[in-house]
Design a protein around this ligand. Structure first.
Ligand SMILES: [Zn+2]
Length: 326
């Protein structure tokens, strides 16, 4: 394989050391999804400010949105920005929900330091074989790989499933052993998107299945576990969106207390996408509602970026426990 771009040359790191530290110290590394410059600036500013390692995460469609040729250079810029802010932090560039061997290979060749191959919709044997193929090529280049067992409900970019099914702990040892993956996403009741659960007003969403997480951790002690669909769908953003002309009825996420509990366990990576989208959209709606004549993108993307910085700092400090770890 010929590398067009190789991640160590870009100043990026893979996830091995950050996950080891997260496991040893009982926190979770944040994986923030991004697809534009303002989101990236906010993630870096928030993580540098809180001295947190970070996984910059893009789905296949986000990579297309930004342009595959531009994207790795955004990550180079992120590394330079962290240095310029005076506190370099470990930064990984990760493919979220890689849908094929070819996409993963393409990302490995173009500067990604970590990839997810999502074969969770396949039968066990096919998921294992596909994941093994990706691991083989990735490990030749020290790129780390995340696999998935179990299916999350909800919709996120190109990933959609009506029904979740929980990870079967009895499959985990064999999957990890046969594939050689570096981390594993599991399904314990989290869900993609901003409408995670159908609950009546004032009702709590169903609790995460910590019994499954514990059973998994017992079978693969010390192995990094990943939670997808783990936004809390922060109510202040939803109500601000609704206040300024939006309409998001019944948006509900994972209670923060449960995410805190997960972060202290074998969960070493927590994915946050929807909360970042909500923070930016809430800020943009407010600016445009209050200033109908405004047409300079900096006047609404700037406040959106500021809102996202605050959200990142809050998550790192108060939910994931990743602040002051780098
Ligand atoms: Zn996901």
């Amino acid at each position: 394989m010929i590398h067009k771009l190789y991640y160590p040359d870009l100043g990026l790191v893979n996830t091995t050391e950050m996950f080891q530290q997260a496991m040893d110290e009982g926190f979770a590394v944040p994986a923030y999804n991004f697809n534009n410059m303002e989101q990236l600036q906010a993630i870096i500013a928030g993580c540098v400010d809180t001295k947190s390692p970070v996984i910059l995460q893009v789905s296949g469609s986000a990579r297309q949105y930004a342009h595959p040729a531009l994207l790795p250079h955004l990550a180079v810029g992120a590394v330079a920005m962290a240095e310029a802010l005076g506190h370099p932090i470990p930064i990984a560039l990760h493919l979220d929900h890689g849908s094929s061997f070819e996409l993963c290979r393409d990302c490995i060749e173009s500067g990604f330091s970590s990839v997810m191959i999502d074969g969770s919709h396949l039968p066990f044997k096919e998921n294992t074989d596909l994941t093994r193929r990706v691991v083989d090529i990735a490990h030749d280049f020290d790129v780390t790989v995340e696999g998935e067992l179990g299916v999350l409900a909800g919709i996120e970019d190109e990933v959609a499933a009506e029904q979740s099914h929980y990870t079967r702990p009895e499959e985990v040892e064999e999957f990890v052993g046969q594939t050689g993956v570096d981390s594993l996403a599991i399904s314990i009741g989290t869900s993609h998107g901003a409408y995670k659960f159908k609950v009546k007003p004032g009702e709590e969403p169903p609790p995460l299945r910590f019994d499954i997480l514990e059973a998994v951790a017992r079978r693969v002690p010390g192995f990094p576990i990943v939670l997808h669909g783990a936004s809390s769908v922060m109510p202040e953003y939803v109500s601000q969106i609704n206040q300024y002309g939006g309409r998001m009825d019944d948006a509900v996420g994972i209670p923060e207390s449960q995410l805190r509990q997960a972060a202290q366990s074998a969960v070493c990576k927590i994915n946050i996408d929807s909360d970042g989208r909500l923070a930016m959209t809430a800020a943009i709606r407010k600016v445009l509602a209050q200033n109908p004549g405004e047409f300079d993108p900096r006047k609404y993307l700037g406040p959106a970026r500021d809102a996202l910085v605050e959200m990142v700092k809050y998550k790192n400090e108060k939910v994931l426990g990743s602040a002051n770890r780098s």
